[in-house]
Design a protein around this ligand. Structure first.
Ligand SMILES: [Zn+2]
Length: 159
């Protein structure tokens, strides 16, 4: 219930503004003082409460920041175990990698060995063919030249 109206200086822009006193607001026995400034739009409110025979301003209750959750203590043991586990996994990866490299190297060696064997086979086949050709040439020569004379030729060439 408004018990008083009037004009007062706006607390913000100092223009003349309307004020009211409302009794029983916000609680019975209390009084609200409101200023509405039409110029700057300021809405000033103050709650008053009887204390020691006079009205005193009701201070807005202090809003404390919410309590912080305490930081949980570090579990060094768990951290260390986790680190050890990481290292173990890493070592396992390195071991697998080394195994892979070893297998790969084995494959390369196998291929190289195969290629070497093939080259050796080719060389040996060529040598056998050459030997066969020489044998054939000798056989033809023996057929053309008398036996005694071929023996002399062989002696001259050193065998
Ligand atoms: Zn104002």
């Amino acid at each position: 219930m408004v018990v008083e109206r009037g004009v007062a200086r706006c607390p913000r822009c100092v223009s003349m503004a309307d004020y009211v006193f409302i009794e029983g607001d916000p609680e019975p026995g209390e009084m609200r003082y409101e200023v509405r400034c039409r110029k700057c739009g300021e809405r000033y409110e103050e709650d008053l409460r009887p204390k020691g025979g006079e009205l005193v301003r009701v201070e807005p209750s202090i809003t404390w920041p919410p309590d912080q959750e305490p930081v949980p203590p570090r579990d060094w043991g768990a951290e260390l175990r986790g680190r050890v586990e990481q290292l173990r996994e890493h070592a396992e990866q390195v071991r697998e990698h080394a195994e892979h490299v070893r297998e790969h190297a084995g494959q390369i060696r196998g291929r190289a060995s195969q290629a070497y064997g093939q080259a050796a086979n080719r060389a040996s086949a060529a040598a056998r063919k050459r030997v066969a050709e020489v044998d054939e040439a000798v056989r033809r020569a023996r057929a053309l030249v008398p036996k005694r004379r071929f023996g002399q030729l062989a002696d001259q060439t050193g065998g």
